[in-house]
Design a protein around this ligand. Structure first.
Ligand SMILES: NC(=O)c1ccc[n+]([C@@H]2O[C@H](COP(=O)([O-])OP(=O)(O)OC[C@H]3O[C@@H](n4cnc5c(N)ncnc54)[C@H](O)[C@@H]3O)[C@@H](O)[C@H]2O)c1
Length: 292
């Protein structure tokens, strides 16, 4: 099947990036959110990303701005889904919200539409039935899209295997490296490893073993990395991190989830809100001298 029109559900951190990359790759794109403000912010974020790409990776500013102008930003589900060959869902990491979105779009989508979810730690089998088309349902999970370019393809037991090559090809067409997760696993391949790493950093902080800056410095210096675990958490979004961490039963994870909740309740969601563990757009870990 040839994919031409892509519908993105959720105009937040990730949906915005997937929508922009799909438009830059020549797809017709619509992006849907229930909040008009989220759509406005999404367009502004795309403009900022295009400027960064123009500065750092040779994308022509004009080509980037043109790609944005071709995207349909809408809070009308029927407009969003019109003629879509594929949905990539990036709504809030919450079972009830995702269930209601999949139930809604299962009812209004054209028969041809392939359903994919970007959930980070939930499983496609949790939403496949309610979508009404389990055979066409699969996880297609992006990371950052522009800097972290792996895309996980994770079927559930009822996914039609003929979908896999189509999704592999679609991932490559968005300049990602597709990897197949052969059986359902919360966190795919990379996120399973990342969760263990972030969890360890969280326990060091809540246990009073080190400051967040020193924990980040240890990682950055030894692995020559541009950011440490708390910088990474800020880029993921502390609300998304809380959604994942608070479901883990062990005491260390619960203590870290409680700390994340304090940030979230204070509106400090990370890079997207201007402040998380660090302040943006110029976080301390990017300052000259941070690693001295
Ligand atoms: N942030 C990342 O780096 C990242 C990476 C990979 C996967 N993900 C996954 O992508 C999904 C979204 O994460 P995010 O970080 O972009 O979250 P986000 O909070 O930035 O964006 C979520 C968006 O969903 C919208 N939304 C909520 N309810 C909705 C509904 N009923 N219909 C339509 N839109 C609705 C919100 O208004 C918001 O704009 C999550 O499942 C997350 O696990 C995120």
């Amino acid at each position: 099947m040839k994919i031409k029109k892509v519908c993105i559900l959720g105009a937040g951190t990730l949906g915005t990036r997937v929508a922009l990359q799909a438009a830059l790759s020549g797809y017709q794109v619509s992006i849907f959110d229930i909040y008009p403000k989220a759509l406005e912010n999404s367009k502004k974020l795309m403009q900022r990303i295009v400027k960064q790409l123009a500065d750092n990776s040779g994308l022509e500013d004009i080509a980037g701005m043109h790609a944005i102008s071709t995207i349909t930003f809408t809070d009308n589900p029927n407009v969003a889904i019109r003629e879509a060959d594929l949905i990539n869902e990036s709504v809030t990491e919450d079972v009830e919200i995702k269930n209601s979105v999949w139930e809604q779009f299962g009812q209004i989508s054209p028969e041809k539409t392939i359903f994919t979810t970007n959930t980070s730690y939930l499983l496609p089998s949790m939403f496949a039935e309610i979508s009404g088309r389990p055979g066409k349902f699969c996880a297609l999970h992006f990371h950052d899209v522009f800097y972290s370019k792996v895309v996980d393809i994770m079927p559930h037991p009822g996914t039609d295997p003929s979908l896999i090559p189509t999704l592999m090809e679609f991932g490559r067409s968005l300049e990602q490296v597709p990897v197949l997760v052969k059986k359902e696993n919360p966190g795919y391949l990379f996120n399973s490893m990342l969760l263990a790493f972030i969890g360890a950093a969280g326990k060091l902080l809540t246990g009073g073993v080190g400051t967040l800056e020193d924990i980040d410095k240890s990682w950055m210096v030894n692995f020559h990395m541009p950011m440490g675990p708390f910088g990474i958490l800020d880029s993921i979004g502390l609300d998304t991190a809380w959604h994942v961490t608070h479901t883990l039963p062990d005491k260390g994870s619960q203590a870290f989830a409680a700390l994340l909740k304090q940030y979230v309740d204070a509106g400090k969601l990370g890079e997207k809100s201007g402040e998380g563990f660090y302040k943006y757009p110029n976080p301390a870990y990017r300052h000259e001298g941070f690693l001295i």
